[in-house]
Write a protein that binds this ligand. Structure first.
Ligand SMILES: *Cc1c(COP(=O)(O)O)cnc(C)c1O
Length: 453
């Protein structure tokens, strides 16, 4: 039998209107020329602001006091940080450069959460100076926090990070017995620590385990209060889900998934769930409405007088960026083409965990009235000397043969894809990030040297 089913069904990205609109204007080419052709990333802080607003609205709709901290590791741009200076927002950092970046962009220390395991003394010192909220991960770290705070004449604002009972082998957080000891330790006279509450961060994107563990953290706060601690905050971490494609497209893709769709038969074993529900603000609502012991979580929080902290990364930058790579050339490879672009697969981090960023790339022709419009199927590879520097292993269909100078655009890359793994490989410069604000644009700058509006 001849296998002919090698044509993968399309996986068009769900995009916000600004992105296709921009790709249809001369501004995209003006940007490309100004940054030397590309590759480059385009980011859209207005979409970040919209996402942030909808998460804050979801908290308000359930009458839940809360703060949304942007999980900064999802994308390094400065432009997001200025959106985090509004009431109810903050930034979640895990290193000195991340903390400095947030402070330098106007985020006050009280609105910064410091997570990450085994924080250096330098990070703790700076965080204490700026009265950041520290998620303490281990007993020895608690001792360092306490002694540094004492030396500084400060009181450390602390959450204790709980190891999820569903992940007993996790390297993060306190196991139950050590947690009890740590809570008691915070009450010892001479520890310069204010225990403000507890935190966790879960793998996966399911609202239910988050609601259930949140209920457990409320109980921990009550116990801590009985020991005299001012415990009134719980953080449920990040992992707010995002959908990149429609449910029907994803269902069909998953149902028929086939090695023959991929260059070299390289069908990734595991991928992000590119469609899932609920996502974004709806997932926050689902967490808050989940019944925990006879009442919705939001009621439990309110009854206990506890503030809910969130640390979403990916969900805040959903729809807020894309990545553009200029076509350098193409060649035939069996039943499909291989198209080479300027740039590296390091700018699509999913490729670096043996996985693939699956939403369809989009061909933006340099010639707006192309003569030939015969569809082709192609893999997309980077311009390095590595066999495995591949942006798309799947032979994706493009409406016509990509020509030198066309752009191949990867949609919705702001969350982890665009800059998590970028390096100066081959001594190539990192692709610039271009901030688009209605009909204006500028290259993202580390600190607010642009006009402030
Ligand atoms: C990575 C991380 C986040 C952000 O996760 P997302 O999946 O991007 O929402 C938040 N909190 C902690 C502690 C993290 O490690």
């Amino acid at each position: 039998m001849v296998v002919t089913a090698t044509l993968s069904p399309p996986l068009p990205a769900v995009e916000r209107p600004w992105a296709p609109k921009l790709r249809d204007t001369p501004m995209l080419w003006e940007i490309a020329r100004a940054v030397g052709g590309g590759p480059f990333h385009v980011i859209h802080p207005a979409t970040f602001a919209e996402n942030l607003g909808s998460l804050l609205d979801a908290l308000a709709a359930e009458h839940t006091p809360g703060t949304v901290y942007y999980g900064k590791k999802a994308n390094k741009a400065a432009a997001w940080l200025r959106e985090c200076t509004r009431p109810g927002a903050g930034v979640d950092v895990a290193s000195v450069p991340e903390l400095v970046h947030a402070l330098g962009n106007g985020v006050r220390g009280e609105a910064i959460g410091v997570t990450g395991a085994a924080k250096s003394d330098g990070l703790l010192w700076l965080a204490l100076r700026h009265h950041c909220l520290l998620a303490v991960d281990a007993a020895d770290e608690l001792e360092r926090v306490s002694s540094l705070a004492r030396d500084l004449g400060e009181t450390a604002e602390v959450l204790l990070r709980v190891r999820p009972p569903t992940a007993p082998a996790s390297r993060f957080g306190f196991a139950p017995d050590v947690l009890t000891a740590a809570v008691r330790r915070c009450a010892d006279p001479g520890t310069a620590v204010a225990l403000r509450g507890f935190s966790f961060h879960l793998d996966g994107y399911d609202p239910i385990p988050r609601a259930e563990l949140a209920a457990h953290l409320i109980a921990l706060c009550r116990d801590a209060r009985a020991l005299g601690h001012p415990a009134s905050k719980i953080s449920i971490g990040g992992g707010i889900a995002v959908s990149y494609v429609d449910s029907e497209d994803w269902r069909r893709f998953e149902a028929d998934r086939h090695d023959g769709w991929f260059h070299g038969g390289r069908n990734p074993v595991r991928t992000y769930p590119y469609h899932q529900e609920p996502t974004g603000a709806a997932m926050v609502t689902a967490i808050l409405r989940h019944d925990v012991g006879g009442a919705p979580l939001s009621h439990r929080l309110r009854d206990a007088g506890i503030e809910l902290l969130l640390e979403p990364g990916r969900a805040l930058v959903d729809g807020a960026g894309f990545s553009a790579f200029p076509v350098l050339g193409r060649k035939a490879s069996g039943d499909h083409l291989v198209t080479t672009v300027a740039g590296l697969s390091m700018s699509l981090s999913e490729q670096w965990k043996g996985s693939e960023f699956l939403p369809d790339p989009i061909l933006v022709p340099a010639d707006r009235a192309p003569a030939d419009d015969t569809p082709v199927r192609t893999a997309v590879v980077g311009s390095s000397c590595l066999e495995y520097d591949v942006l798309t292993w799947r032979a994706v269909q493009l409406p016509r043969c990509p020509g030198v100078g066309d752009l191949i655009v990867y949609p919705n890359t702001a969350g982890y894809q665009m800059d998590k793994n970028e390096s100066g490989f081959h001594q190539l410069p990192l692709p610039p990030k271009v901030v688009v604000d209605r009909d204006r644009w500028h290259v993202d700058t580390d600190y607010p040297i642009q006009e402030i509006r």
